[in-house]
Design a protein around this ligand. Structure first.
Ligand code: HEC
Ligand code: HEC
Ligand code: HEC
Ligand code: HEC
Ligand code: HEC
Length: 496
């Protein structure tokens, strides 16, 4: 076995070029196998290593394979000898033995070619598979994808591969994504990409091919009770509660519901002023009888956009931050207080934490120092006699605030607060109010409802208890006509 391999090597490496080919083939093959075992055993997990194993090694392997016959060809040309003569030259003058060795060489070539085809096949399948993994997409060009990778890992989709949303089904989508990926590699290498990466993502597949493979519009979510705890900027960081009952699906009773837009029976199309999709030119809704009702923005006089800029509403028009979820500084701090990572017993901690996390730091190290310096100097200055017993809590708060900063701010990609606002609701951006507003009207002058109870009832809004407006004892609530109305509305919706 070894003998025939050595014979083979001797035969094919006629000259220096041939030897280079043999060395390339052998080393890349051995390295590939070693790395492959390492990756199978989980010792090697780094995306760069993956890139080398699945891209570089197979390329070197093929290159080596191509060089060997080239070297033969060159040698033949140069010496004017036939293959037999060249073999004889390699294996000495004993012609017959040389012939025997020669036929062994060709048998080996045949077997190895077969093996090579198999190895390359496996390697390329492995490579495609690896390039579809979230680790690869998220970390191969680290600084570029770091914001998306960070927010992805903290999202409900942390176990869903990037390609499930970013690459649809079928061969077309696959080829498209690989071509795109090749371009992205070039632009990452030569620094040609925009920072922050622009959104919307035009290559994003229609929701039907992505989101709807796992969630389907007909699935009934009913309504969702959601309480948000926020904290005041006073010395106690007093908690405040806002509770909504979100009406997600219409249900059989024919109530209104948010997912009405994606019910297969309905279709909403719109034309927006620009790519950000924040300002609408017109909105159309297909009626059950097939006719179309068009609402036009009465405050705009812009020409109708090109047909390709029209959009049929799908999941991502509301859930544009389904995975890459960036937080608002106030909300993020509130959440860390609620979880206990920031201790409310530190006076004014809510106010100070928001101030600290909003500071414009050029890097993570600067943020760590700045946040610590900000908090420590505030407590030293304001509570000189107590601060020494609070250092543990301050440390813990600093850690939590730095975590918030690191998740949301990415100076290398020019991502600061508010770089990627959410369309869900109407806090970060007009969101739902992009269409649900009184400037956009149909021929009869009617607008798409902006009634507060169309999408949710409000059971508390910055109150001291989560269900303030349901508590008959709450004097304040009872004296507010709107909330009285909301309460009745909520009670009847529960009875339904
Ligand atoms: C559950 C679906 C989903 C998954 C999983 C997902 N994305 Fe996204 N991604 C989106 C949506 C939706 C957008 C925003 C699209 C829009 O507004 O047009 C987006 C936007 C982006 C953007 C543009 C910047 C931005 O935030 O708008 C990048 C880059 C990106 N994704 C990369 C990734 C990477 C890398 C992964 C895997 C680590 C990943 N995505 C996983 C749905 C997903
Ligand atoms: C490969 C399957 C898969 C795909 C594709 C997918 N999701 Fe999800 N989605 C999930 C899973 C799993 C969860 C988590 C459910 C849980 O935690 O209970 C989830 C959760 C959600 C949630 C609920 C988050 C919350 O607050 O609890 C929303 C909203 C959502 N997905 C929207 C989308 C949108 C929009 C898309 C398309 C851009 C999408 N999903 C694509 C599997 C998927
Ligand atoms: C692109 C425009 C557009 C956006 C953005 C939009 N809507 Fe709508 N919405 C419509 C149209 C059009 C109708 C139907 C109005 C009609 O026919 O009277 C509608 C109807 C509704 C209804 C009533 C459905 C029913 O069951 O009768 C609800 C609830 C609703 N939207 C909630 C929301 C919420 C919540 C958001 C934001 C997360 C939102 N919409 C964002 C265009 C939009
Ligand atoms: C008109 C805006 C809008 C559209 C379009 C939309 N959603 Fe939603 N969706 C919402 C809102 C608002 C909620 C409730 C948000 C919350 O719980 O914070 C929600 C909630 C959800 C939830 C979580 C339900 C739960 O009980 O936790 C999932 C999953 C979801 N949507 C998936 C989808 C998918 C998939 C599509 C596309 C087929 C879609 N949505 C289209 C606005 C929309
Ligand atoms: C077209 C649908 C729609 C209409 C109309 C609407 N909202 Fe909302 N609103 C939402 C959705 C969806 C959310 C929740 C988004 C989320 O899950 O973060 C929300 C969230 C809120 C919140 C919580 C915000 C926070 O910071 O936590 C308040 C308060 C609120 N709405 C008040 C109102 C009031 C008052 C009106 C009437 C002037 C109104 N909404 C009209 C859809 C609507």
């Amino acid at each position: 076995m070894l003998r025939s391999y050595l014979d083979f090597v001797r035969a094919v490496s006629l000259d220096r070029l041939g030897r280079v080919g043999v060395i390339l083939v052998t080393t890349s093959f051995v390295s590939f196998m070693v790395m492959q075992v390492g990756m199978l055993l989980g010792v090697v997990t780094n995306a760069y290593v993956g890139l080398i194993v699945y891209l570089l090694f197979p390329v070197l392997f093929v290159l080596g394979l191509a060089i060997i016959p080239l070297a033969w060809y060159r040698q033949r040309k140069r010496t004017g000898k036939s293959i037999d003569e060249l073999l004889e030259q390699s294996f000495g003058p004993e012609g017959v033995q040389g012939r025997a060795a020669g036929s062994r060489v060709f048998r080996t070539v045949a077997i190895l070619t077969l093996a090579n085809v198999l190895i390359l096949g496996v390697a390329s399948i492995k490579m495609l598979h690896f390039m579809d993994s979230a680790e690869f997409c998220g970390t191969a060009c680290h600084s570029v994808m770091s914001p998306e990778w960070t927010t992805y890992q903290a999202s409900p989709h942390a176990q869903v591969a990037c390609v499930e949303c970013h690459v649809g089904e079928g061969m077309g989508a696959l080829v498209n994504s690989k071509l795109n990926g090749a371009w992205q590699m070039v632009s990452a290498t030569f620094n040609l990409y925009e920072r922050p990466i622009p959104t919307p993502v035009h290559q994003l597949r229609p929701a039907r091919e992505t989101c709807e493979k796992c969630h389907w519009p007909e699935k009934f979510y009913g309504s969702r009770l959601q309480t948000r705890t926020s904290y005041a900027n006073d010395d106690q960081s007093t908690p405040r509660y806002t509770t909504l009952n979100l009406k997600i699906d219409p249900g059989a009773a024919g109530n209104s519901g948010v997912h009405w837009h994606v019910d297969p029976e309905n279709e909403v199309r719109y034309a927006s002023v620009d790519d950000r999709r924040e300002e609408m030119i017109w909105v159309e809704s297909r009626q059950p009888d097939g006719s179309v009702r068009r609402f036009v923005n009465t405050r705009l006089t812009v020409p109708d956009p090109e047909a390709e800029d029209l959009r049929t509403m799908d999941c991502v028009d509301c859930h544009n931050r389904a995975t890459h979820i960036y937080e608002e500084p106030e909300r993020a701090v509130d959440e860390q207080i609620r979880l206990g990572a920031i201790n409310r017993e530190l006076p004014y901690i809510r106010r100070e934490a928001v101030k600290a996390v909003r500071g414009g730091y050029p890097s993570l190290e600067a943020a760590e120092q700045g946040i610590r310096a900000g908090l420590e100097s505030f407590y030293r200055r304001s509570y000189p006699d107590k601060v020494s017993s609070w250092y543990d809590r301050i440390d813990q708060a600093v850690e939590a605030i730095v975590r918030i900063w690191a998740r949301n701010i990415h100076p290398g990609m020019k991502i600061g607060w508010g770089a990627y606002p959410s369309f869900l609701g109407h806090s970060d951006t007009p969101g739902c109010f992009r269409c649900h507003n009184r400037d956009i009207r149909d021929a009869e002058g009617r607008w798409i409802s902006d009634d507060c109870t169309l999408c949710h009832s409000i059971l508390a809004y910055g109150e001291s208890t989560p269900f303030a407006y349901l508590e008959p004892a709450d004097e304040k609530a009872r004296n507010r006509p709107m909330h009285e109305f909301l309460r009745d509305e909520f009670l009847t919706s529960i009875e339904d």
